[in-house]
Design a protein around this ligand. Structure first.
Ligand code: ADP
Ligand code: ASP
Ligand code: MG
Length: 471
């Protein structure tokens, strides 16, 4: 029995034409596989619109959220009318969509009354985009002759209650999927599952973090023991750089799980960073393909890639970061200062993306998202108040507006001189590197540069290192 799990991202199901194209792809897939499971995102822009409605409600702007909700409703109505002929199926779908919109108005009204929005409330609202679109796409498949049912992942993906970034409990999830999804497959149906969302054991809606639909498809792939997982997006595959920054970026035909994991962690938006976790163990191949160019093979991600020694696979960036420095000549004599610094950071729930310690300057520096800076500085200053008073630590400060660039490639491990090429290219172009760290995997080197230099740095490294290595 062969099973394919597919996922369509927001743009791939974000317009009438895209939905029709995606439905045609599924129709073809059902000829090749015994069973096909589809995961869909919300229509492109809808999750952002939902979150913006919640924000407007929390600041008391009823007019703004009402307009946003009307727009969301209108967009779905227009889409449905263009996709389906008048009739029972269309009326039923319209009624369902109206019910979700009513739910959204009720949520926003309660936020307005309360004057605040919780993480739990945010997830309930954010989930509506996928819930609506799964129904739209399933109805379209059915109308196109592919028998289908929509399924809410709240019935399948069971998570903890870490709202907005929930962690699935794979054992419970596997049981639910076997119980709720397998019977549908046996009936010959093609289920359309909501990406991005899950629920706690008690049935409270959660989400897996922005861009989480990729993760959903891999979770389903693992729990169904699927043969392959295919993610359809709006570019030809995983590329050597963000195509919006580097025009010359090329599709990488093959990547290992580790390389793609590093790329996603270090900012390549094309896949959610946790996507590969569920499929590594069973070694299920993951393909990234283009909905709008379905004959292009795309990128194959599996245990091993065919990377030549010295070949650098890609360069990625993470934006909106700051580098925090804890400095002082007397610091080295104080035991446990690094541990205490990072405990103070952890207390604020800030994620540390990179750490680098300079032996000569007696400083600890690390990179965090800029929006965590005020809380983190205050927390460290409180933690080391005594050392600051004694002048063992001179100052705790942050340089804002930096970005992390990461150069990734399995072939780097056995090749000396890769970093020399990277830094040579930057030096030649007068780009200053603020800090450097080599990933423990030796698959990657990360460096911090100022925001003003970042775009040029990516282009220079791509041109002088990535392209030459791949050639
Ligand atoms: P989807 O909605 O299909 O999940 P996303 O917008 O989340 O699509 O991700 C796809 C986008 O990621 C592409 O349109 C591209 O602009 C961006 N991107 C950033 N880095 C890369 C990369 N290295 N390779 C491919 N796409 C990338
Ligand atoms: N719709 C969700 C988001 O915009 C999930 C996804 O698209 O993967 O973040
Ligand atoms: Mg995405």
């Amino acid at each position: 029995m062969s099973i394919l799990t597919t996922k369509f991202g927001g743009t791939s199901v974000g317009s009438v034409e895209a939905l029709q194209q995606a439905a045609a792809i599924i129709k073809e897939q059902t000829d090749h596989w015994d069973h096909v499971v589809v995961v869909v995102s919300a229509m492109s822009g809808v999750t952002n619109a939902l979150l913006s409605a919640a924000r407007s409600a929390s600041v008391g702007d009823e007019e703004a959220y009402t307009t946003t909700i009307d727009d969301i409703h209108f967009r779905h109505q227009e889409t449905i009318r263009a996709l389906l002929p008048k009739g029972e199926a269309r009326t039923a779908l319209e009624t369902e969509i109206s019910a979700f919109i009513k739910e959204l108005r009720t949520f926003c009204h309660s936020i307005l009354v309360m004057g605040e929005v919780t993480a739990r409330g945010t997830d309930s609202i954010a989930s509506l985009g996928e819930r609506m679109n799964a129904r739209v796409f399933s109805a379209l498949l059915a109308a196109n002759g592919t028998p289908s049912v929509p399924v809410d992942a709240t019935q399948l993906v069971i998570t903890d209650d870490h709202f907005m970034d929930a962690v699935p409990n794979m054992e419970l999830t596997r049981a639910r999927i076997q119980e709720n999804l397998l019977p549908l497959l046996k009936e010959g149906l093609t289920p359309v599952v909501t990406g991005f969302i899950g629920a706690t054991k008690d049935g409270i809606t959660t989400t897996l973090g922005r861009g989480g639909s990729d993760y959903t498809s891999a979770i389903l792939g693992d729990c169904l023991d699927a043969d392959e997982v295919w993610t359809y997006t709006d570019v030809n595959g995983v590329m050597t750089a963000d195509p919006r920054i580097v025009k010359e970026a090329r599709v990488v035909p093959e990547l290992s799980y580790k390389e793609v994991g590093e790329m996603a962690y270090f900012g390549a938006k094309v896949l959610h960073p946790k996507t590969i976790r569920p499929i590594i163990e069973r070694g299920i191949p993951l393909w990234v393909k283009n909905t709008f160019n379905p004959d292009f093979p795309g990128t194959r991600i599996a245990k091993e890639s065919n990377t030549k020694a010295g070949m650098i696979t890609a360069i990625t960036t993470i934006r909106n970061l700051s580098i925090v420095n804890v400095e002082g000549a007397g610091m080295l004599g104080v035991p446990g200062i690094a541990a205490r610094t990072f405990t103070a950071v952890a207390r604020e729930g800030a994620s540390v993306l990179m750490i680098s310690q300079s032996s000569s300057e007696q400083s600890i520096c690390f990179v965090i998202p800029t929006d965590s800076v005020p809380a983190v500085l205050a927390s460290i200053e409180e933690e080391v108040a005594l050392e600051l008073m004694r002048r063992d630590i001179d100052r705790v400060w942050a340089q804002e507006n930096v970005e992390i660039l990461t150069v990734i490639g399995a072939g780097m491990r056995d090749t000396p001189g890769v970093s020399a090429r990277v830094f040579g290219a930057l030096g030649k172009n007068n780009i200053n590197v603020v800090a450097i760290a080599q990933g423990s995997s030796e698959f990657s080197i990360s460096m911090v540069v100022s925001k003003e230099d970042a775009t040029r740095a990516v282009q220079v490294i791509h041109e002088e290192v990535v392209e030459k290595a791949g050639a």
